[in-house]
Design a binder for this molecule. Structure first.
Ligand code: TXA
Ligand code: MG
Length: 326
């Protein structure tokens, strides 16, 4: 794993670019983000342009200190502070009523804003030096694979001149996105903070995982996180007859299965390790001389739910039918 950390002078230069209304790609523990001043609608508009992202898909606002929360969101609910205490800085995004300071372009006109405090020192230092919260989606072109190292950002967004390097992302999947409800919470996007972890902090939650509502979120498209090559999920999509030109990603190491290139997500069946490696291996397969990508499914427990969510979305556009979480 690469452990490059941007220098303080690189971070200061990036903060100055943000202060002038520019864009900066920066590392977080989940995936790399493409940031702009969340309080400046013109700066935020440049994010949508650079990513070719539809304007109905709202952005996450990143803060570095709890004191900044009141600037971006209306937070009377003490459960927000319990969640922040337990999981921030870290891979949890909370949907809250937005403050008047947050421009509509950030939330795509919704009354709520998504907020998180990222757990990467470069991200935190960048936000502090900039002096305002950063609106930042993942730093990939819309619908494509998320970047988990600086070179992935440069590949997809060559026009973004400032990319801070923070090494390889240690979580490797986007944050869990939740909405707090009167009687519990709903997960809008699965991630490393699992339903079980959340229900330990929100014990009054009446909704168990089984009957939890997966509410509509504009970013919950069926197709997303998708490489340029056809993705087949083994056991879900029938594989091409000739596999010799394909790539295979297995869950754990396996003997040669007859594909051109074979990789594994985890050495010994660890789902967290699989999550960390998922996007990196999909990028590698996208760049390799293989014609398609076959991937083994992983157990849908804990962070495995988020891994399967990304795999189903990555494969969706290549198949007319398939098993998918609504
Ligand atoms: O880990 C992450 O969350 C990364 C890093 C950079 O922080 N960011 C990220 O952003 O994944 P993005 O834009 O790729 O995904 C944000 C998700 C989308 O599914 C979006 O629809 C949802 O959050 N979202 C944002 N604001 C929302 C809102 N006000 N209501 C409902 N969903 C919202
Ligand atoms: Mg994204």
């Amino acid at each position: 794993m690469s452990q490059v950390i941007a220098t303080n002078s690189e971070i200061s230069r990036a903060a100055a670019i943000l202060q002038q209304g520019g864009l900066v790609a920066f590392p977080t523990e989940t995936v790399y983000g493409l940031g702009a001043n969340a309080l400046n609608p013109i700066a935020v508009a440049a994010i949508f342009e650079a990513k070719q992202r539809p304007s109905f898909d709202p952005l996450i606002v990143h803060i570095a200190e709890m004191d900044s929360l009141a600037q971006v969101a209306v937070t009377a609910d003490t459960r927000v502070f319990d969640l922040a205490q337990a999981f921030w800085p870290g891979p949890l995004t909370i949907i809250l009523p937005k403050s008047d300071l947050i421009p509509d372009i950030v939330t795509s006109g919704l009354p709520d804003v998504a907020v998180r405090m990222p757990g990467h020192p470069v991200a935190l230092e960048l936000i502090r030096q900039a002096g305002f919260p950063l609106a930042a989606p993942s730093a990939n072109r819309f619908g494509k694979l998320s970047p988990v190292k600086a070179s992935h950002v440069k590949k997809q967004l060559p026009d973004v001149s400032c990319v801070l390097d923070g090494g390889d992302c240690t979580v490797g999947l986007e944050s869990t996105v939740i909405k707090i409800l009167d009687d519990g919470f709903a997960i809008l996007r699965h991630g490393a903070i699992t339903s079980l972890m959340l229900s330990k902090v929100l014990p009054e939650s009446k909704r168990s995982y089984e009957n939890m509502v997966l509410e509509a979120s504009p970013g919950m498209m069926k197709s997303h996180y998708s490489p340029e090559k056809c993705v087949y999920l083994i056991g879900i999509h029938p594989l091409p007859k000739d596999i010799s030109e394909g790539g295979l990603i297995t869950f754990i190491p396996k003997v040669d299965q007859g594909f051109k290139l074979q990789r594994h997500l985890s050495q010994n069946g660890d789902l967290r390790e699989a999550a960390v490696n998922l996007f990196g291996l999909l990028h590698e397969m996208e760049e390799a001389e293989v014609q398609f990508i076959a991937v083994e499914t992983v157990p849908e427990t804990g962070i495995g739910i988020a891994v399967m969510d990304r795999l189903l979305k990555a494969s969706y556009r290549f198949h007319t039918t398939g098993h998918y979480h609504e």
